[in-house]
Design a protein around this ligand. Structure first.
Ligand code: WT7
Length: 651
């Protein structure tokens, strides 16, 4: 295994924090030693950043692994920690959410506003018969009511299950059924790509298959006509907005379920990842404070994720709000009505901390440097990335074109299952390397191990694992403890298996190499798709690349690459043989001849899931001339026709 995922790339650039940032950082170097010396004491200190109704008796109960209990005996209310305490401490008039609708409408909600609405929604849910422990499904666009709905559930101890608004009837119905939700909160629709996009019809169809659903609570956003069932459906503005604004938040056990969030993974039915209260909020809250170096009095934060993903849960709702942050929330797509929309928002609101995904950064690269250059981005001081390995060139582009070549870029590794950030630079401490998530956070025991579960030495590669439980870890897969054990705790003894390949460089820093299922075996060499993709993106003409291993009679697997060119490449050059040769040679030069792709396709788009991850499985189907497998989770199903069409003509 040491050779398997060995580092082929040679990235040597390094960017230390500015002296000013280092001096004023929320979290400094000594935190690592604290985490190492007494991990539990370290997390207890972070738990004390929250307000508890009753302090815990025991930091961690790990007597029945892999079932962890954190802050045993402690009690708190999660919504109280996100809202009431800020209001009680005199920060009620501080802006919590500066919301921007896609059509250009805006709303500004203070902590007092958010608190009042959440109390009203909590009262409404209670009047609809929702009790602590009941499940509520939330299927909403990116509007403030999505945040309110989540907090209202947390406030009354109901478990929310947010389903991404882009998911279909089948996906929604199966998630409602699996969680056995009693109430669904939705809207008539939302705005996407310049027009209203309906949600209620999807809910109506899904709920027909879910007899356990008693009520559907509907927010009016687009004003379009909706079908209505009088016995079941309630308008939000006729219930929540009329309800009492008084609601006393009752404390719940630290291990009280907070939410279920479904993650599809590569195979099988979606897994309902269960997160609980005290440990989850502790880590979501502290990591927001530490990794983004968030200063409540001056920073304006913006996370571009959707609330339907874990990033939205931890870094739009629970992390920022528990820290009393002011944030921007945006409803729509980055190119509506124009490709500068994001940068216009940064300029308008003075965003200082931006958290986004590599897929977006690469899209912006493709659109061209001249677009962000038209805006004043001088307010930005910390840039974050999450969701996939970020190619070194995309990292550099982000720092240069968005961060003026000055701001730290924090590449944050984590998962739905981990609940919060696990591996990341600290902006005031770490000298960052483009493309590396660098170092496990203080209090986190991440490691890279070989096939046998032994730590690999510096310079080696293998599997990413977590050796010790962490506060925001998933507690189980909803309704399926056995699958929880098999999926995460059976590959290695006493270790959590993340499913990602990783390498440790000569300095001991961690580089994520993508899902282990995506590693290619070429003539007996294991080559990571991520590294070949990064080599392609390091060519000035390439904006984005996806690489797969296709069965090959001579080499076992052969490398097939799909590339999207930067906007600046002229049309005639883009279609030429010469460019393909240039790119193949470039990969051979960067990584070595073994990594030279057999075939490179220039394509207009890549197949992505709705959360922006490349679906390599479909590209493998194309590369191996198979008919396409399940395309239902694709963001845009027409993409595959474009790619398959191009593939045929190239043969
Ligand atoms: C998988 C988890 C974490 C919130 C969004 C995704 C990949 C995530 C990074 C990163 C390399 C990353 C991993 C991981 N991933 N962040 N910074 N560098 N890979 O949550 O949908 O549960 O996906 O995303 O493969 O296992 P998710």
């Amino acid at each position: 295994m040491s050779e398997t995922l060995a580092n082929l790339l040679n990235e040597t650039r390094q960017f230390p924090p500015s002296a000013e940032l280092a001096a004023n950082a929320n979290v400094k170097e000594d935190a690592y030693a604290q985490g190492r010396e007494d991990r539990l004491a370290f997390w207890e200190t972070q738990a004390r950043r929250l307000t508890w109704a009753k302090e815990w008796d025991q930091a961690l109960d790990w007597s029945n692994p892999p079932f962890a209990k954190w802050f045993v005996g402690g009690q708190l209310n999660v919504a109280y920690n996100c809202l009431d305490r800020h209001v009680e401490e005199g920060r009620g008039s501080k802006v919590a959410i500066n919301w921007v609708g896609e059509p250009g409408d805006t709303r500004c909600l203070t902590y007092a506003d958010l608190h009042r609405l959440t109390c009203q929604a909590a009262n409404t849910l209670a009047s609809l018969g929702v009790r602590a422990g009941d499940r509520v499904a939330i299927y909403l666009p990116m509007i403030p009511e999505a945040v309110v709905a989540m907090l209202a559930c947390a406030r009354i101890g109901a478990t929310h299950s947010v389903v991404f608004g882009g998911f279909s009837v089948d996906a929604l119905a199966s998630r409602i059924q699996d969680a056995d939700a009693k109430v669904v909160i939705t809207s008539d629709g939302g705005y996407r790509r310049g027009k209203p996009s309906a949600l209620k019809p999807t809910v109506d169809e899904a709920v027909d298959r879910c007899p356990g659903v008693e009520h559907v609570l509907v927010v009016r956003r687009t004003g379009e006509d909706v079908a209505w069932r009088d016995d079941r459906d309630k308008w939000w503005h006729e219930t929540v907005e009329q309800a009492s604004t008084e609601h006393a938040a009752q404390p719940f056990d630290a291990e009280h379920p907070l939410y279920i969030l479904y993650t599809s993974g590569t195979t099988g039915k979606p897994k309902g990842i269960l997160h609980t209260s005290g440990g989850y909020l502790t880590q979501a809250s502290w990591t927001f404070h530490a990794v983004f170096d968030h200063k409540p009095d001056t920073d304006v934060y913006w996370c571009t994720a959707d609330i339907g993903w874990v990033t939205g849960h931890s870094y739009i709702v629970y992390g920022p709000l528990s820290n009393g942050a002011t944030q921007v929330m945006y409803e729509g797509t980055p190119d509506t009505p124009h490709k500068g929309r994001f940068w216009e928002i940064v300029q308008e609101y003075g965003v200082s901390i931006l958290y986004t995904a590599p897929t977006l950064i690469r899209t912006m690269m493709k659109w061209g440097d001249d677009i962000p250059a038209q805006y004043d981005l001088s307010s930005l001081r910390v840039l974050g990335s999450v969701g996939e390995p970020i190619n070194p060139e995309a990292w550099m582009w982000y720092r240069q074109n968005i961060g003026r070549g000055e701001t730290p870029v924090v590449d944050t590794w984590w998962q739905t299952e981990t609940g919060a950030i696990m591996i990341s630079p600290l902006p005031g401490v770490t000298a960052t390397k483009p493309g590396s998530a660098m170092t496990p956070l203080p209090g986190i025991a991440a490691d890279v191990v070989d096939d046998q579960g032994n730590s690999v030495p510096d310079g080696g590669g293998g599997y990413l694992v977590l050796r010790e439980p962490w506060p925001s870890m998933l507690r189980t897969i909803w309704g399926d403890d056995q699958r929880f054990i098999e999926t995460y705790w059976s590959r290695f003894q006493n270790m959590y298996f993340a499913g990602d390949g990783a390498k440790r460089d000569a300095d001991g820093h961690i580089w994520l190499l993508g899902r282990v299922d995506d590693v290619m075996l070429v003539s007996g060499h294991n080559i990571s798709t991520t590294e070949v993709e990064s080599a392609l993106v390091s060519h000035p003409k390439v904006a984005e690349a996806a690489v797969v291993g296709a069965t090959d009679p001579t080499t076992g697997q052969a490398i097939v690459a799909f590339t999207i060119l930067r906007g600046s490449v002229p049309e005639d050059e883009a279609s030429g043989e010469a460019l393909v040769k240039e790119l193949r040679d470039h990969v051979a030069k960067t990584l070595g001849p073994i990594a030279k792709p057999r075939q490179i396709m220039v394509v207009p788009e890549l197949p992505k899931t709705r959360s922006g991850k490349i679906m390599r499985r479909l590209l493998r189907d194309v590369a191996e001339n198979r008919s396409m497998g399940d395309v239902t989770t694709l963001q845009d199903s027409t993409v595959m026709d474009l790619i398959a069409g191009g593939m045929q003509s190239a043969k």
